[in-house]
Design a protein around this ligand. Structure first.
Ligand code: CTP
Ligand code: MG
Length: 234
């Protein structure tokens, strides 16, 4: 029986957000943003251990109390220059725990609204599919292509287009091999699925919804708080 591990890349600086500290540590519903992210993963009965990948010079993690998250959590201070480097570092830290065909769920620290039903849908939707899969949302808006002056030059068909989210779930060794190969080839992949695709895989898209948002800009943080509060009131 394959087991499930989570890797949470959290070594980014949040440059687009523009706060004084990295966005994963900003207050959200009374806790650091990343607390909510990690809580969803630690709570899941599917997941055995959660590896959170911090920047080697992270000054923030130690100033918070993470005990409520329980015993599944492991911190590693070996994040890299890109998200893919941080994920590779997390996979390497998990090497002694994970077997070749164990599942790894890679989830952005900056997606704090992941819910248990979303996790259950991903695990069920991917099932035993060897190519793995990811949460994603079909594109709903009309897509415009712009020139440098922000004027429309074309309307693009949106048929078959999805927005990729996380978690993205793959077998341990194929994922590590694909990420290392993409790095060696100089492919600037921005997600794990991109590396698996470059290796010839066809990951499965498991439908999610826009509440699994990534906090990138300040308005996203306000929206994430509304989502978390609305869930508490239900
Ligand atoms: N990440 C990481 N290591 C990096 C870059 C990003 O672990 N070298 C993580 C971030 O901490 C985040 C996730 O990858 O949880 C998604 O990245 P993104 O939203 O781009 O976060 P940042 O890179 O921090 O933000 P920005 O691109 O605005 O600087
Ligand atoms: Mg980034």
């Amino acid at each position: 029986m394959s087991r499930y591990f989570a890797i949470v890349p959290a070594a980014g600086s949040g440059s687009r957000f523009g706060a004084e500290q990295p966005k994963q540590y900003l207050p959200l519903a009374g806790r650091p943003l990343i607390y909510h992210t990690l809580l969803a993963l630690c709570r899941s009965s599917h997941i055995e251990r959660v590896f959170v990948v911090l920047a080697p010079d992270d000054m923030h993690w130690r100033h918070h109390d993470w005990r409520d998250l329980g015993p599944k959590l492991e911190t590693v201070y070996n994040g890299g220059a890109t998200r893919a480097d941080s994920v590779i570092a997390g996979l390497q830290a998990a090497a002694t725990a994970a077997a070749d065909d164990d599942w790894v769920l890679v989830h952005d620290a900056a997606r704090p609204c992941l819910s248990q039903p979303m996790l259950d849908a991903l695990v069920a939707g991917v099932g035993a599919d060897g190519d793995g899969g990811l949460l994603a949302v079909p594109v709903a808006d009309t897509l415009k292509r712009a020139a440098a002056d922000d004027r429309v030059i074309a309307t693009e068909p949106r048929d078959g287009l999805w927005q990729a989210q996380t978690p993205q779930m793959f077998h341990y060794t194929p994922l590590l091999t694909a990420l290392l190969a993409a790095r060696d080839a100089g492919h600037g992949v921005t997600d794990e699925a991109g590396a698996i695709e470059a290796a010839g895989g066809r990951p499965k898209l498991v439908r999610c919804d826009p509440t699994n948002l990534k906090v990138t800009f300040p308005a996203d943080l306000a929206l994430a708080e509304l989502i978390l509060f609305a869930r508490r009131e239900r």
